[in-house]
Design a protein around this ligand. Sequence first.
Ligand SMILES: Nc1ncnc2c1ncn2[C@@H]1O[C@H](COP(=O)(O)OP(=O)(O)OP(=O)(O)O)[C@@H](O)[C@H]1O
Length: 749
Amino acid sequence: MATEARPSETAVDLAIEGMTCASCANRIERKLNKLDGVTATVNFATEKAHVLAPAGTDAAVLIDTVEQAGYAAHLPAPPGGDTEDEPAGRTHEPTDALRRRLLISVALTVPVIAMAMVPALQFDYWQWLSLTLASPVVVWGALPFHRAAWANLKHGTATMDTLVSIGVLAAFGWSIYALFWGAAGVTGMTHPFTFTIERMDGTANIYLEAAAGVTTFILAGRYFEARSKRQAGAALRALLELGAKDATVLRDGVETLVPIDALTVGDEFVVRPGEKVATDGIVVAGRSAVDASMLTGEATPVEVRAGDPVTGATVNAGGRLVVRATRVGADTRLARIGRLVEDAQAGKAKAQRLADRISGVFVPIVIAIAVGSLGFWLGTGQPASMALTAAVSVLIIACPCALGLATPTALLVGTGRGAQLGILIKGPEALEHTRAVDTVVLDKTGTVTTGVMTLQAVHVPPGETDDEVLAVAAALEAASEHPIARAVVRAAPAPVGAVDDFAAVPGLGVRGVVGGRAVTVGRPSLLDEAAMPLPDELRAALAEAQHRGQTPIAVGWDGAARGVLVVSDEVKPTSCEAIARLRDLGLRPIMLTGDNEHAARFVAAQVGIDEVIADVLPAQKVDAVRHLQADGRAVAMVGDGVNDAAALATADLGIAMGTGTDAAIEAADLTLVSGDLSTVVDAIKLSRRTLSTIKANLFWAFAYNVAALPLAAAGLLNPMLAGAAMALSSVFVVSNSLRLRSFRPQKGY
Ligand SMILES: Nc1ncnc2c1ncn2[C@@H]1O[C@H](COP(=O)(O)OP(=O)(O)OP(=O)(O)O)[C@@H](O)[C@H]1O
């Protein structure tokens, strides 16, 4: 997850060009971090740098620093703004150039390899034709590697490109020497492969097929890598491009089409059937069904009418709507989703940080091993050709490009696929957290239930009227965001007066002054505290409502309890199945709620949860999670409310409902856009699969390097085969990551 900027800092995102390997990202990161007060994360897969710099830092300084390191940087186009131009103009071009370079190199390399391998093709002096064909490949085909190696050299560093460049040039240089000054150019045939150690003058051997072959294989690896990287990023771009491009604004009854940027908060705009909702807002007129499947993966359109919120980029499936804009530009839900996904993709998993560090020290060590094996074989009296083969193979095989790609590509694809399904994964840490989870703690209201409460009954003692109690309670509750408060306000008979000195007591209720009366609404204990104990008949009504599984709240003012309001909500249609699926996954569901025990058990029984922790205050929710953790459980917490935020952050894995409060979403590791509980299972499964993909990638990339190095140093690997194997390992890692694209939720989409 990318770190948030503090007030004294600014966050700058830069698009970086010219990185060829993960160690380039490391270098840029180190350079930027050397600047005073700067913390930078550079991601090779997304080709972006996320920089936190002291407030007022000029982006030009950062760009300069990147350029000094030998790469190009520029400020990226704003998300949702020029996104159409950006991928078409910028990202395709380097891939096309790379493709041309690759195709020409392939055409020149095939005959070189064929001549070296098939004795029948070795006419007299064939080596000179080989040289003619291989030279452009080694010089021009491998130019990106040479250029990068040169830039590195100037800065006293070495990267993967250094290995490739030295390896290719060494093989080529040797061949030239052998042809012009040795015996290679005069005999009819040489044995190009050195699996067997030849005890003869090494100058009879040339390695042009190796030099050209390595270049071509690595170019191919880079090309496929670049292509896959683009494909992987496409999911996110598709998401950001979902937004409407213009809006039909309604001013003084006249409809005008304006570009989306011209829309401001408070504007009313028209959405005709089939059109996209321009931005987040509240319906002020009309009735329709809105299809939000592109954001939530939820196939069934949702009914909306005046007063209901709608999200930008969703599609109006029914009638004409007039919507008042509440959020525009970077504040919209779509923009926020985009940022969350991008942040997630920019993050680095712990394992990857280790891989980055290793590849940082790896290159010099490899060069040392290469020089060492060259010296060793020469010292033991082997022909120079054999010693050179070993050294070049070491250089080629060691390039741990696959290592650098292991995490970013899997994250890119996994989080991209998640975004399509309405599962927002905050970063690699979130993935690591899903691994061990064995217990899922679920908040009740808004998570297992719809969170839309309705007033069921009003009980008043003699001398009070239902309407008055309700009206006074509603006046106070109008200032609260709680689902209970909304139910009371909705049910109130007439508009009621304003409230002064409003105070919410989390998990207990609300207090304030309405029309000169000091009013308290909430749990009976809150009224007890205010010396307004409930009379017996109200206590009886309260107990009865609780037994029915409902939520009663007490109302009192001026020193006396005035009534009991009973509210309840319904279980979400998908909750029951979701709990069953959580159990299938081996997870233990527990309900944790601030509501009364009876109401909690009533709901729990409907969805198949048998463990209930009820009557907990918001602060105690954290304690409950800690308790479970102290028992050795790895806890996932699913919640939606402000009162859940601390528990979400405390849990090993916090999962927020996208329909919930911002506080909950900020605190969570995963956000489920749809607010559908059954997505929890998919989210855990997708996260686990992404994590295991990362691990498999890292394992294979590492195992390959570790296993192949000694073989190469022993002179048992031909440089060309080393090049092919190296390229294949990168391609393997990237395609393994791409398999995450096929992740399918169990059902319902
Ligand atoms: N605005 C309010 N008006 C009336 N009662 C309230 C209000 N806020 C809280 N309460 C009382 O406090 C109790 C606990 O509230 P809290 O917000 O902690 O949990 P909840 O949201 O109802 O349930 P959950 O923890 O499952 O989300 C409620 O059941 C209610 O009795």
